[in-house]
Design a protein around this ligand. Structure first.
Ligand SMILES: O=P(O)(O)OC[C@H]1O[C@](O)(COP(=O)(O)O)[C@@H](O)[C@@H]1O
Ligand SMILES: [Mg+2]
Ligand SMILES: [Mg+2]
Length: 342
């Protein structure tokens, strides 16, 4: 049996009425940009891409989140912007690394979609040679004038495609256009993504959770109760022993969950009570939630479905609980029952 390339997969999906030619070509552009990022990540110290980015004044380069940018954050952002400017399928791009969206310049052809991305997820892992990735989400553009930030403020359920590319021991693109979640592995010799897992299904139940435990003292009561019951193991109310993993690259943690199940949690915490969470709704939580739901899993903010949240701003943050359906439902129940008790 011959291999199914990403191109062939997308053409077949188009023939099946799952996406139109413009969206197909847009995904191909994003996949090509990810290949370029994969090459840059793979060069590591040899490519001069490790370390912090430097601002024009010689100081630290800081993004809109107030976080220091790595050289690879900036480079990956530029690669995605440049590839898509020429693509002709977008009205605008928005990114973790840019304060506001960037409409496609007048000199370039304008398309009917909006692309929002986290160009390099897991930045703290770049310099230690641990898996990082790119996360992206595609929304429909509006046709009432030039694209602006407000046009991106659509609930995650409006996404027409979502995916990530993980730069690990192998480079993999994981994609949904709303008809299942599928994984493609980069054949480095051929330079093409090859379908290696069709219709991924996240196991319904799990014995593995992913959380940054160092934040425990800052969590609220339902989180404390939920995790303490996990840690109580077989003798506790959950009646089973749980294992824990935390890569600190959302792409890597979600990839593991898509592969063998689990629950990924980044809850609200008291470290900075003004922030509703650490992760960003538009380019981390929404695309990952669509991928997980399309694979039979669930994703909530502890109380409601993430994909139903109406965003109020481009860089909005949100608590995230996603993965194996029964475990996400259990974690959500702890929060809802706590609220009901008052
Ligand atoms: O360092 P912490 O607090 O454990 O946070 C890790 C989380 O932060 C993130 O790195 C945020 O992503 P960025 O690298 O794109 O800012 C997630 O990938 C990851 O899950
Ligand atoms: Mg990120
Ligand atoms: Mg990032």
């Amino acid at each position: 049996m011959s291999q199914t390339s990403l191109t062939r997969f997308l053409i077949e999906a188009q023939r099946a009425g799952q996406l139109n030619p413009e969206l197909r070509l847009l995904i191909e552009v994003v996949a090509r940009a990810c290949k370029r990022i994969s090459v840059a990540v793979g060069k590591g110290a040899l490519g001069g891409v490790l370390g912090d980015a430097v601002a024009g004044d010689g100081g630290d380069s800081i993004n809109v989140q107030g976080e220091a940018q790595k050289k690879l954050d900036v480079l990956s952002n530029e690669i995605l912007l440049e590839a898509n400017a020429w693509g002709g399928h977008l009205a605008a791009c928005a990114s973790e690394e840019m304060d506001h969206c960037q409409p496609i310049p007048d000199a370039f052809p304008r398309g009917n979609y909006l692309l929002v991305f986290d160009p390099l997820d897991g930045s703290s892992n770049i310099d230690v040679n641990v898996s990082v990735g790119t996360i992206f989400s595609v929304l429909r553009a509006r046709d009432d004038g030039p694209a602006e930030d407000a046009h991106f403020l659509q609930a995650g359920s409006e996404q027409v495609a979502a995916g990530y590319c993980i730069y690990g021991p192998s480079t993999m693109l994981v994609l949904t256009v709303g008809h299942g979640t599928h994984a493609f592995t980069l054949d480095r010799e051929q330079g093409s993504f090859v379908l290696t897992r069709r219709d991924i299904q996240v196991p319904v139940a799990t014995k593995e959770f992913a959380i940054n435990m160092s934040n425990q003292r800052h969590w609220d009561a339902p989180m404390q109760a939920y995790v303490s019951d996990l840690l109580a193991g077989r003798e506790g109310p959950r009646g089973k022993d749980f294992n824990m993993r935390w890569v600190a690259s959302m792409v890597a943690d979600v990839h593991r969950i898509l592969t063998r199940g689990g629950i990924f949690i980044y809850p609200w915490d008291r470290k900075d009570p003004s922030k509703p969470g650490k992760l960003r709704l538009m380019y981390e939580a929404n695309p990952m939630s669509m991928l997980i739901e399309q694979a039979g899993g669930a994703a909530t903010d502890g109380r409601r479905r993430i994909l139903d949240i109406e965003p109020g701003e481009l860089h909005q943050r949100v608590p995230v609980f996603l993965g194996s359906r029964e475990e996400v439902e259990a974690a959500t129940r702890y929060h809802l029952e706590h609220d009901a008790r008052g």
